[in-house]
Design a protein around this ligand. Structure first.
Ligand code: SF4
Ligand code: SF4
Length: 398
């Protein structure tokens, strides 16, 4: 298939891997974060980490909208859905995300709540038109990619005079999240990064310009990359070259889809409907200033938070779940005790195991046998250490 097959060519991938191996400097460590879940998925699916030299480290970022949605907002959605007058429309991934009391939208649906899975905002609008006696709430989540369709749905609802369509808005912003990772000294010290593989879909909408501050103010290399394996490998090579040459710039590997300005029409539609929130809670990152959108006052009649008086209460994740640390890049899925034991895609204990873009789901789907090996090695190593310590203690005692 055009624009797909040529970016999955194994020979070319090995060739780029050879260049990366030739160009990395021995003894130097290269630490790159792939912000997007789409890249995490591609890295796991095509085994790209196996092609990289050991001193190039890929660190998973918080770029999966399902993963970063805090538990308190899931609780809000479930409370809304349980009201007898409300039909909650949502994308499939959100159905299985656990809430604070182990509930989920799927379980609430099984218990009688009117929750419908939709493929687009248009489906939700259609339901609102067809069932005027129901209050139809669209549970809107996503980065800059999914915001324009929500904005269009709201413009359509207004022009069609719909009085029973509402949006529970959870749209979040990519550059603000990257700022939280590199701008906060504590976060930057705990996960030192040399650069980012920048988002693909998001960048088709916002362009390359919003990333400039990360190069200029924080000295990070950024390469915007597509989601095919060769895109990711080429981006890593470009990042390695920037670091070796002492550069920190915004480069665009994904020129077939991303321009410096992005999709200006989509940006205009979003600006008509949404404005910045002062702060928004992210799973793993905490409250991040100006990192999310809310409906403008002129759309208040469609704003589920205002109409249904939603006041989000921060809630705790499952204490054994390491999603927060994984989303900050501090840990890998295999570091979580529940990974592959209690927590699997069939029985997710945290959001990172639910969405296909989540790190845990990607590792489970494509790398669990390797991960299981790593976990076994860890257990074996600690067992051997204990055995050696016991032998030493016995020798000293005798
Ligand atoms: S939709 Fe695409 S660009 Fe957006 S977070 Fe997911 S992978 Fe990244
Ligand atoms: S394996 Fe499950 S419980 Fe552990 S961090 Fe991932 S989602 Fe959370």
């Amino acid at each position: 298939m055009k624009y797909v097959d040529e970016y999955r060519d194994g020979k070319l991938a090995r060739k780029i891997a050879g260049k990366i191996r030739d160009e990395v400097r021995p003894g130097k460590s290269y630490r790159f974060m792939e912000f997007c879940g789409g890249h995490t998925h591609a890295i796991a699916r095509y085994g790209l980490e196996d092609l990289l030299p050991p001193n190039v480290h890929m660190i998973h970022g918080p770029g999966c909208p399902v993963c970063v949605l805090p538990v308190g907002r899931m609780d809000d959605a479930i409370r809304l859905a349980r009201r007898p007058d409300i039909t909650l429309c949502t994308y499939a991934d959100l159905m299985r995300v656990p809430s604070s009391d182990g509930m989920s939208l799927l379980k609430a649906k099984a218990a009688g709540a009117d929750i419908r899975m939709v493929y687009s905002t248009l489906d939700a609008l259609r339901i609102a038109r067809a069932e005027p006696e129901r209050k139809v709430v669209f549970f809107a989540i996503g980065f800059e990619t999914t915001t324009p369709p929500t904005a269009l749905a709201l413009l359509n609802a207004r022009s069609q005079g719909l009085k029973n369509f509402f949006v529970f808005c959870n749209h979040v912003l990519t550059p603000a999240a990257i700022s939280a990772l590199v701008g906060d000294p504590k976060a930057a010290a705990s996960v030192p990064l040399d650069g980012f593989v920048g988002p693909a879909h998001v960048s088709t909408v916002i362009g390359t310009k919003p990333y400039a501050e990360f190069a200029e103010n924080y000295g990070k290399a950024v390469v915007i990359a597509g989601f095919e394996p060769l895109d990711v490998m080429q981006a890593i090579l470009m990042l390695v070259r920037q670091i070796n040459e002492g550069r920190h710039e915004i480069e665009n590997e994904y020129i077939r889809a991303v321009t410096p300005e992005g999709n200006v029409k989509a940006q205009d539609v979003v600006a008509k409907v949404f404005e910045l929130r002062e702060a928004f809670e992210w799973r793993g990152l905490g409250a991040v200033p100006f990192s999310a959108l809310k409906l403008r006052e002129e759309f208040a009649a469609f704003d589920a938070e205002k109409v249904f008086d939603i006041h989000t209460v921060a809630a705790q994740d499952n204490p054994a779940c390491e999603c927060g640390a994984i989303l900050r890049g501090e840990k890998k899925p295999v570091d979580c005790k529940l990974f592959g034991t209690v927590c699997t895609p069939d029985n997710p204990m945290g959001s990172c195991m639910v969405s296909s873009e989540g790190s845990c789901a990607a590792h489970w789907t494509y790398g669990r046998f390797r991960d299981a090996g790593a976990a076994r090695e860890k257990v074996d190593a600690s067992f051997s250490q204990k055995r050696l310590a016991n032998q030493k203690a016995e020798r000293q005692a005798s």
